[in-house]
Design a protein. Sequence first.
Lengths: 330, 338
Amino acid sequence: MTAPFLSIQNLGVTFTGGTRPVRAVNDVSLDVAEGEAVALIGESGSGKSVTMRAVMRLNPENRSKLEGKIMVGGRDVMGLNTRALSAFRGAEAAMIFQEPLLALDPVYTLGDQIVETIRRHEPISKEAARARALDLFDRVRIPSAKSRLDNYPHEMSGGMRQRAMIALALSCRPKLLLADEPTTALDATVQIQVLLLLRELQRDLGLSIIFVTHDIGAAVEVADRIAVMYAGQIVEQATARDLIRTPRHPYTLGLLKSRAHDAMVKGSKLDAIPGAPPDLANLPEGCPFAPRCFLADAGCRTGSIGIAQISEGHQARCRRLDQTALRDAG
Amino acid sequence: MSTENAILTVRNLRKYFPIKGGILGKTIKNVHAVDGVDLEVFQGETLGVVGESGCGKSTTARLLMQLIEPDEGALYFEGKLVGSPELPLKAFRRQVQMVFQDSYSSLNPRLTIEDNIAFGARVHGTPAREALSRTHDLLTRVGLDPARFAGRYPHELSGGQRQRVNIARALALRPKIIILDEAVSALDKSVEAQVLNLLADLKAEFGLTYVFISHDLNVVRFVSDRVMVMYLGKVAEIGDAEALYATPLHPYSGALLSSMPSMDPDNRTMEPALTGDPPNPIDPPTGCRFHTRCSVVGAVCSQKEPTLTQRAAKHLVACHAHDPASGYVALKAKEAAE
């Protein structure tokens, strides 16, 4: 295996702005190979967006404490100075967000925003940049691209705005695309179009993608590998196939079982996980999932839980994995 | 099943929202939010409502509650016209309650949980003491210990707990129908399952009828007896949940269902069922509103509006392709011949 394009090692993010420090991300390690799409799934507050923002160094510097190491294309992101950071953002790694209306500038046309971005990074003429913007709009399949370049964000529909934001993110040919819930606000028939577009871009441009979502279905559509986050930690990661077919962490098991799906018998009960996610400012000792876990014993409530390797590329942060293996067989 | 008893009947419900403009502030355009909806909700069932944003699901819900006044149309509750002397609005509202998506903004932040729940009952004339004791029963029933939660304020609760409070409040007047407008959509998956189970228990215990609005097609299939599919202010199709999911008759329902992400990594979706976004409800397409995106569109579709007609057992659809009298089939045959 070649060196991963993105490598996050033992990342920790603590927000220190409030009355009590909030440990949003705790010892997260994740590798993304060149041209690979990895989905980060988890509930709100599980630390998926904070992890992504850490890669772009978007978390407020004076109110957050970063630990660990983030390498993108062999460069240490944590060590970049302000100037190097602005060259890195956009050209090496670009990010798209859930709500394009908030992420795009409302007072400039999309064409202008894309041209400005390209010219900020590369010494090319306005005309050349505009020609590239047009190509990008075609690339993300915006109909009548030429006239759409002169649109303001509010003149577009939700799906088209999301495509335009993807075009903007791709304008400086980044190798890493960070997508933070890009389809959550979209309607079902539009969501699937954007998911397929992301997959196509990954294939055609050799993009590495991190795709944050709370929807397992969307993750399966896009990702080669899936990492499940809970209370600031990656609790399980594996190929999409292994994670769906043979989940091993009790949280992943619970999440998959609590979903309403086609095979459900009408009137039956959903297999809900009891309780609620913990408060990040007041994490329980030991495994953060232990208070809700059907397998937790006294050992789960002390110390820190290590990561166990299950098979090639499949790992989980749990000390009762022997029990979940039994469940699979049974 | 007792489903043949319509508890709520809606006839030709219409609501346009005006868009003002120009110097004189005249109405220049209308958002066709709900445009001629006919609907029956049967006693004891769960009616799922699905559709994309702007299709009129939430406006329909608000019209059913009479939270906004319809431009046209009539609402009958147990055979009585709502708003008539026989059934004044206030008496009707006691029978129909609603739970909204945003659990925080639908509670009064300055009232404690118990006051929030008891408020409605007191407005409707329940003595304070009785309202309070009923509140404590309800809190227990939705899984919140009254000793711990009754005196707290909404901001002190998690999203899932707040939604339980909203459900308790909806139950406080002992209604017959509860309208759930994306009531579980804002919750995390693991909490969503808990609340769905709670809703199922409460329905059985209190003999409730649900109108369940959601964009999550999996959840709707799981909870609903019948499902209504809406598109741009119109009912496209309505039928038995399992039948509709197995064999959708309207091309839009089919497209919507095949847009659901597959859960099988070896069998991912290859082609999107539809391209483009739904049209703007300000200027809906003529004829059948779906004809601009429809894969089986015929010549008649842009000219004539299809009516919602029964095509199979308890299965109604508004589509010319299923209407032998529409001329669709004849035209298609002619097109094929040419």
